[in-house]
Design a binder for this molecule. Structure first.
Ligand SMILES: [Zn+2]
Length: 268
């Protein structure tokens, strides 16, 4: 689940971890959307997550752009540096990043700048002995870099990155393309070329128009067939982590778990 559960009384990350465990869930994404945590808190969260057996993921600040001029890119790279350093302290599995906008650039030029910037960050982290991969998220708005194909291309070109399959975003960008199990299968077939053993999936309902994503809604309010996603996962026995980014965070995290259980029943 992404962020602190809404019904969690104290609204701290640490309580969020404990609450996540109590809901019977196994992963939590800490969001740096509203600011970074301190290194002390990161250590505290690592301990709490270890005790609760919760896998930790990080979402770096939402507003990120790696396609600007050098000065601007550097400013944005600092946000990623900070996110990755904290993730390293917390022993988080992946740091999700948004890569940026095309703006006036061609898609090809945007790709070049993004690959160059991410590669240089990767080199820095490697020198520091930091192995937390950067997760390149599929984005829902067509004006934003991050179609499934672009994300896979970045991951192919930059070692040390993994795709973050935000299926709601793929659905919105594809004008409602994820309806049947086969539609989800196509997504997994495309990422298969990366040879990964684990997939990180972001899940929410989403409203969209011709330009792609408009806003997130609860899973049941959207028209993406989440049960078909679960059937596809069960059928292939994919090793996955699903993070709920729904506006009704923990409700949909639990709902997703129920759908996954149901898909397992169907497959028996
Ligand atoms: Zn995101």
């Amino acid at each position: 689940m992404a962020g602190i559960p809404l019904s969690c009384k104290d609204r701290t990350n640490r309580d969020g971890i404990i609450y996540t465990k109590n809901l019977g869930l196994s992963a939590m994404e800490i969001q740096f959307a509203r600011g970074f945590i301190s290194e002390e808190e990161a250590i505290e969260l690592k301990d709490a997550a270890g005790k609760c057996n919760i896998e930790m993921f990080i979402h770096s600040p939402y507003y990120l752009n790696l396609t600007g001029n050098e000065k601007n890119a550097e400013m944005n790279k600092n946000k990623i540096r900070k996110s990755v350093h904290l993730a390293h302290i917390m022993d988080a599995k992946v740091v999700t990043i948004h890569t940026g906008f095309y703006g006036n650039l061609s898609k090809k030029k945007s790709m070049e700048r993004i690959v160059r910037n991410i590669r240089s960050l990767r080199d820095e982290f490697e020198k520091e002995g930091i192995a937390v991969p950067m997760g390149i998220e599929t984005m829902g708005k067509r004006e934003v870099f991050g179609s499934l194909k672009e994300v896979i291309d970045v991951c192919k070109r930059v070692r040390g990155t993994v795709p973050v399959l935000d299926v709601g975003h793929i659905h919105a960008r594809g004008n409602g393309c994820l309806k049947e199990k086969e539609d989800f299968q196509k997504v997994f077939d495309e990422v298969e070329s990366l040879g990964l053993e684990h997939y990180l999936i972001h899940l929410t309902g989403v409203m969209y128009d011709r330009d792609g994503e408009m806003y997130h809604v609860p899973i049941r309010k959207g028209d993406m067939s989440v049960i078909k996603l679960m059937e596809c996962i069960v059928e292939n026995d994919y090793n996955i982590t699903i993070i709920s980014e729904s506006p009704i965070l923990e409700h949909d995290a639990v709902y997703a778990q129920i759908l996954l259980d149901r898909a397992m029943e169907i497959s028996k």
